[in-house]
Design a binder for this molecule. Structure first.
Ligand code: TRP
Length: 339
């Protein structure tokens, strides 16, 4: 299978997601839905970044459960573990090994400039650990170890991807072409979904108001309620315009779920009130998320099935990533006893 893929030389797309909580509709429309779509066209690597999650010292039982759940969610999404590499980061030891080597090719000053490190240091001022600091070099290892061509990332991870590119270029400059230098993947539609309660800020799973965000596993009645109480405006006209953040957000969501553009949506809802529109958006979201939720419910109770897919994914990931790690070890001068 791998040889066939090599022969066609599809571009390789890679991304990982932290298992911190159940993804929101925003994570789904902004990332996960695209992962599924890309998996037909590209050679894909998708993973659960449990090692990254350790940087904020999660509760052990929660991390363990959420990692398995996030992996199951990727499977429920329809990613095919025979075709794509779908894995849990800590199951594949080559990532942590390469990240150590990359640490030695990353300057302290470069890592210290990372905006996310600065923000997280402030937020977790009682636990500014070295893992938090080295987070981007582990991410660089995730990317470079698969010779990834394209990395779909949100705005908050752009700087980390840029650092991964710099590390790759520096390493290649010293040792010859070892790493593919990855490019950011700009999706067809970079859907940014905003909070249903404050449409000027991003929909976030950590929002304290439960009505502000929709989880990908919310049941239909919960979804209907959340959209019913979504903040809009007093104009009562469904149109995309400055100052109509709430309606703009609902139109974005509706457009992502139905494929209709804004003009078509405005036409379909001309003369109708926000009540009708909100009900239609809720319905579209329910139908969009239905297969994911139903598949997830089918598999989540079957621990053995999930474990077996995770083991297979890890084996596939190890096989592919070991090639790069072997090359790197040789280049930097580690003595390989098996050669
Ligand atoms: N740091 C990313 C996030 O929190 C997750 C991640 C880990 C990742 N490794 C990656 C994303 C490699 C893209 C590529 O969103």
């Amino acid at each position: 299978m791998e040889n066939q893929q090599d022969a066609v030389r599809k571009k390789r797309v890679l991304s990982l997601i932290q298992p911190t909580s159940v993804p929101t509709l925003g994570n789904y429309l902004g990332a996960l839905k695209n992962w599924k779509d890309m998996s037909d066209e590209y050679d894909c690597v998708f993973g659960v970044a449990d090692l990254h999650a350790l940087t904020v010292r999660p509760e052990p039982a929660a991390l363990r459960r959420q990692s398995a759940e996030m992996f199951a969610l990727l499977i429920a999404l329809g990613l095919d573990p025979e075709k794509s590499i779908v894995f849990i980061q800590s199951h594949v030891h080559t990532h942590a090994e390469l990240s150590w080597i990359l640490n030695c090719y990353t300057q302290f000053g470069e890592a210290a400039r990372m905006t996310q490190f600065k923000e997280k240091s402030q937020k977790h001022s009682d636990n500014i650990n070295i893992g938090l600091f080295a987070y981007p070099t582990l991410m660089a290892a995730d990317i470079l170890i698969y010779q990834s061509d394209l990395v779909p990332v949100g705005a908050d991870q752009k700087q980390h991807l840029e650092l991964a590119r710099n590390i790759a270029e520096r390493f290649n400059g010293i040792y010859g072409n070892v790493f593919t230098v990855p490019e950011p993947f700009i999706g067809k539609k970079g859907a940014k979904v905003m909070s249903l309660q404050d449409p000027t800020s991003k929909m976030s799973k950590s929002d304290t108001n439960p009505k502000a965000s929709v989880s990908v596993l919310d049941t239909p009645d919960v979804i209907v309620k959340k959209f019913k109480s979504a903040v809009t405006d007093s104009e009562a006209v469904v149109r995309y315009a400055d100052g109509k953040d709430g309606i703009n957000n609902l139109m974005t969501i509706y457009s992502c779920c139905t494929g209709l553009d804004y003009d078509a949506i405005e036409r379909d809802f001309s003369g109708k009130g926000y009540g009708d529109f909100k009900a239609a958006v809720a319905e579209a979201v329910i139908e969009e998320l239905r297969p994911l939720r139903e598949n997830y419910e089918k598999i989540i109770g079957d621990k053995a099935y999930i474990a077996s897919l995770a083991a297979k994914g890890a084996e596939f990931a190890l096989r592919v990533s070991s090639r790069t790690l072997g090359k790197v070890k040789k280049k930097v001068g580690l003595y390989l006893a098996d050669k």
